[in-house]
Unconditional design. Sequence first.
Lengths: 874, 449
Amino acid sequence: VRASAGHLQIVESALRPRRRPRLVALKEPARRLSRWLSEGERRLSLLLLAIIGASGWLHASRSAARRVIIRPVARLAVSARLIDEAEKSSLFPALNSSDIAFDVLTARKSSSVSARPVLNDLALLPPALRKIGVKWLEDQSHLRDELPRTVYNGLVDEPATAGTERLDFMLLLIQRIATGFSDPQAMGLLQSLWTLSSAMPNPYDRSSLNLSASNALIHLIATRPEVESKFIEDCKNYRGNDRRLALDLLARTVRRRGVASSKSFLKLNAAIDMSHHETDRFASIADVAQRTAARSSERTRRPEGSLVGRSMSRLGVAVTIAYAPIAVVAVLWATDLRSPLIDKLPFAEIPLEVSLALLALIATLNVFTVQLSTTRLPATVARVSGQPWQLAGAYSSAIVLVATTALAPEDPPPLWQLLEVALMVSSFAWLGGALARIFRRTDAAEACKDYVDRYIHRWNSAGKRFGTEQWRAAQLSRGIEALPFANIGSGEILGHDVVRIEAAARGLFVPNHRNLRRSLADGFFEHGGFLQFAVGFGRVVPMGDTVAWMRPPAGQRVQDRLFRRLTKGLRPRGASDVENVSTQAITLSSFALETAKLGDTRLAETIAEQASMIVSSHMSCIRRQRAKLHGSIETPLQFDEQNALTYPVTPVLRDIISLVVARAGESERVGGVADILVARCLTATGPSEQTPIILASLLSSAGPNSLGPERFASWLRQAGIRALAMESDIGFGMATQELGKLASKGGQEAVIALRSLAALSAASMRLRPSQFRISWSEVSDWTSSNLESIESVRVPLHVGSAAMESGSFTAALACVRSLRTPAQRLTLQKLTDHEHVFIEARLAEATGLYLSQVPTDALERFRDFAASVVPAAT
Amino acid sequence: MTHIPVSSENPGHVEVTPEHRVTSAEVLDQLSREVSSPKKAERALYVRIGHYDQPGFLNPLLFGFWIMPLLLSDEAPLSVPGLEQLGMAWAEDELREWVPPEELRRLISEPGVKVHSPNESTEERPSLWACVLNTSIESQIESTLISLAMLIERQELVVNTRQTSVAVLPDEAARVDGETIKLIGDEVRSNGWVSATRAIRARAEAAGCSIHVEYRNPLMELHEARARMPLTRHVYNTLPGAKEFIDRIVNSLTQGWAIAGPVPEQLLQRTRDMLDGAGIPSLIAHCVRDAFVCGVGVLYIGSVPLRDPWLLRPEEVEEFDGNSATQVIDGKKEVIRPVVAMQGASQLDSSVALSLLEPLVLNAANRDLFLQILLNTRIVKKVGSSLPPQVRQWAETTEPLAIGQLTAFAKSDHVFHPATLKLPPLSKELYSAGFELMEPAVSRLSVGQ
C-alpha cells in the first residue's frame, strides 16, 4: 500500500534531523570578547563623564556649551549604562532644561548651598535620572546635614503640597538618611509614614504610595531602636488589617539585621503575643532562606590523559622498535666509512646460536614475568604490567641480531661487527630496563596506574562515541514520541497478528535514523499499523531480546519487505568498547575490594582511586560530547525554550555502584574502600546521570542489613546532599524516604537514621529551602509516634537551632511545632540547661550540623523561641 | 487479542517538544482535510480546530473543549414573572444554598451576555474546537474525531427528538455519547485514524448534512480574546471551585518565595528585599491571577525603587514579551518596560494568550441557566394554586433536574489538575482588600440563540 503525501509529511515533521553547522563552537568566545569590550567601553564612558564634570567649562558659557555637549553626554551616559537605551529620549529635555541633570550624570559637586531646591529639582527629573540622583545626593557632603530636616518638613508638615514625584523621592531618601533624624523627628515620621502605608491600596493605580512608604518605614524601624519599641507598642493596639500589615512590616525588619536576625526574631516573638496563624505568617515573611544555586552543576572535569602525552608515547615506542632495523640498513649503505680506530678494536664474531639464545632468554623472561603477575593481579592488568614497552626494544634488537647473524653478507661492510655487538648490548640494555620496570611493577598500585595510563585514551574515545549515541537516542525518542503510530514503552503487546522484532546481535539499541524514517513512511502505518519499541533507545540489549512489536491494521498482515527492512534498521550497534570500559572498571574495583579484604587498606585505596579515575574520565567524555552536540541543535525561532533531554543510564556507573553496594558489607575495611568509589561516582556525574537516584534505589533493594546501618545511612545522606546540589528533587525524596524507613525500625538504627535526616534537613535549608519539608516530614513522622523518646526532642532541637542560625525561621517554627507534649518541652529545658547544653552542642557537631560560632548560644536561642511560641493545642 | 496501551491508560502531562508541536499541527491539519465533506449539503456544520497549550495546571485528561464565540454582549436583564410580589429578599433566602445573595441580585437585575452554542455554526462563524496540545498525539486525534462525531450525533438527536420529552434528553445524550466514543475509539485503533475520518464523513452524509473542518491557529485574535475577559472573570467569580483552584495555584506560585541562583548570596538577599519592599509578592499574585483568568497579567516594575510598581489592566495590554508590554489606552499606544509578564494558556502561531478557565465557560453558563430555572420552579411552588396544572407539572419535574445539575456544578473540579487539591491551603490575605473578586465581569451567561 502506498502512503499518501500527508502521511509522509507527518513522518517528516517528527523525524527530520535538526542540526546546525558547527559555527556554534565560536559563539562562546565571541560572546566573551564582546562582553569584555562593552565593559571597557562602560569604564571609558564613566571616565569621560567625570572629566567633563571636572573641567569647569560646562558652566562658563552656559547656553552655547550646553547645546554642543548635550548629545555627547547623553551618548556617554547610555554607553556607561547609567541610562537604559530606551530612556535616552527622555534625557534630552532634562539636559536642556536643568543644570542638575548635568551634575548628576557627570558626578559634579552641586553649586547650590541649600538642600531644598536641589530636592525639588531632582524630583522633577525623569525616573531614570532620579535613580542616579539618589546616589549622587548622598555624595554631596555639604548638603548632608540639612537633608533630614528638609525631608521631615516635606513629609510631615506639608505632604499635601509636595506632589507625588517629590513624595516618592523623599520616601526613597529616608532609606539613606534614617540615622540622621532627631528623636522627635523620627517619631513624627513614624506617624505620617504609617498613615501613608496603611491606606487602602489599589494594585492598578499608577500613583499609589503604600509600598514606598512601607519600605521607608522598615528602614526607619530597623535603624532606630526607639522607633522600633514605639511601633511594637502601637502594633499591640492595632486590629484587623492594620495589625496584619504592622506584623508584616516588623517581620521584614528582621531580614535587615543580617547575622543578628535570629536575635531580633526572638525578641519580636517574645514581645508580641501572636496567634497560631500569625506566627506562621511572621516566620515565613522573616525567613531569610534563599540560597546560591550550584553554578557548576553541569560543568564537567577534564578527561584524564593528554593528547600530547599520548602521541609522545606512541612515537617513543615506534622509535624503540624501528631503530635496530634502520641501523642495519644504514650500515649496509655506508660501505666506505672506515675508521682506523674501529679496525683496531677486537670485536668478537657473534655466532647464530648466541643470538638465538638471547632471543629465547627474552621470551622466557617475558612469559615468566607475565605468569608471575597473573597470579597476583587481574589478567588484564597483569598483561600490561608484565610487558613494559622496554621489552619491545629488547625483542626488536634481538630479532635483528638473529637476522644479521643468520644472513650475514659474504663481504661484510666495515661496521658490520660493530653493529652486531651494538645490537647485542642494546638488547641486553633494554632487557635490563624492562626487568627493572617489571620489578617496580610488582607493586600492585604501580601496575594498576600503568594499566590505567595505557588504556585511558581508549576508554575516553569510547565515552565520546557513547555520548554521541546517547544524544542521538534522546533526539530520536523525542521524534518517536511525537508520532501517533509509534511508541516507546515496556507494555507488552501480544496477539496472533503481532510480529516481534528481536535484537540480531548484542549491542547498543539506537535505530538507524534514515531507515526508521523510510520504514515509518510506509503506507502500512497510515492505515492503522502500529510500532511499539520495547526498549528505550540508547540501552545495551542482549542478543535475541525483543526490541519492538509491530501490529498490522485489522485484517492485514505485516509485509515481509517492511519486516526485513525494520529488522535491519533496528539492529543494535556494537557496544563492545563501552562494555569493555565497564568490565575494566569492575575488574579494578573488585581487585581493590579483594585487596582490602586481605588487609592492605592503603594499597586497596590506591587501586580504588585508579578505578574511580576510569569512571570519572569516561563519564566526563560522555557528558562533554553530549553537551557539544546539544549546543549544535537547531531550535526554530518560535520555540524559544530549550527542553532538556533525558539520557539513558550509563552502564559503567550502574555496574560500579551495584558492585560496591553488594560488597560493602563484607568487612569494615572493604566498606572503607567502597566509600571512596561511591563518593567519586557521586561527584563525577551531573544532573542528567541521576546518580543519587541509582544509589538510593540500589540501597533500597539491598536493605540496611547487608552493609550495616551506619554505612547505609551515611551513603543515603551523601546521595541526598548530592541530589540537593544538583536540584534533583526525586533523588532527595528517595534518600529521605529510605532513611525514614530505617528510622521506623526503632532502636539504635532509628538514632542513626535520625542523625542523617537531621543533617539532610539542615543541608536542605542551605541548599534548597523548598525541600526542607520533604526531609522534615520523615523526622516528624517518627517523632509523632515516639513522643517519649529523648530523640524526639533532641532532633528538633538540633535542626531548629541550625535553622535559626541560617535564618530559616519557617523551618525553626516547624521544629518547635513538633514538640507537642508538655513532657517534651520539659525535656527541651533540661537538654539546654547549664549541665547538658555543652553535650548537646558536641552532639550536634558530630551529626554534621553547623550552629554558628557559639553553638551553645544557638541552642539556647532555640529554647527561648520555643518558649515564646504558643503551643499548637491552645 | 490485541492490546495497545491507549492514552487514557497512560495519562500525564506530555512534554511539548518542538517535534511534538510541529507534528501535532501537521496531523490535525491532515485530519481536518480528510474529515471534511467534499460537497456542501443543505445542513452544513462548520468547525474550526486550533491548538490550546495549557501550562499544566488543568487536568491532563482534558483533551479538548468547545469554545463558544460571543453572540450578544448586551442581553436585557431577566424578567422573572412573580418575583416582584415575592420580593428579592425572599428569592435570596430561597436560593441561599446554591448562590450567594449578592451574586443572585446581579444575575437577575444586570444585563447578561449570550454566547454561541457549538451546535449552531455558519460559514463565517464556525464552531471552535480547542485541542489541548499537552496530550499525546494519539489522544489529540482520537478526542478531536470523537468530538466531531458527537457533534453530528447530537445534531441528529436534536432533530429527531423534537417531539420526545425534555426530561429524558440528558440520558439519551449520554447514551449516544458513550456509543460514539466506543465506535470511534475502536475504529482508530484497529484501522487507523484515516479510516475513522471516512466513517465520520459517511455518518454525516447519512444524516443528511455535511461537515466542513478547517485547522487554523490561533483560536482567537486579540480583540476576541479581550472581549472574553469579562466572561472568564465571571467564571472565576461565580463557578464553585474555580476561584479556589486559581487561588491555590497563585498562592503556591507567588507566596513564600525562596530565591536561588548562581550569584553571591548577598545579592540574592538584596534582590529579595527589593522585591518584598516593592510589594512584589502581593502584586505578583494579582498578576498571576490576571494571567490565569484573563490570559495575560503584566506588572510594571521599572519604577522600583523610586515608586510602587503597578499592574496593567489585561484589557489594555496589546502585546508583550519577557521584558516589555504595549499598553493601549483610548487608542493611544505606549511601550512599557521593564515588566514581569505572565500568560495563561498559549496558542500556536500567536502571542495572544487565553484564559485557563476557558474550558469552564459552558459550565458557568449552564449554572446560570439552572439557577434561573430553580428560581422559577420555586416561584411556581410558592404562588402555587393560581397557575395552570401544566406549569405546576413542569415545576415538579424540572426542580430535581435543576438541583441535580447544580449539585454537580458545586463540586466540578474534574477540569483541574488533581494535584492542585494537594497544594498547601490558602493564606487568607492573598489579594489587596476589596479586590477578592475580579472586575469588570459579566453578570450572567447564556447559550444559544
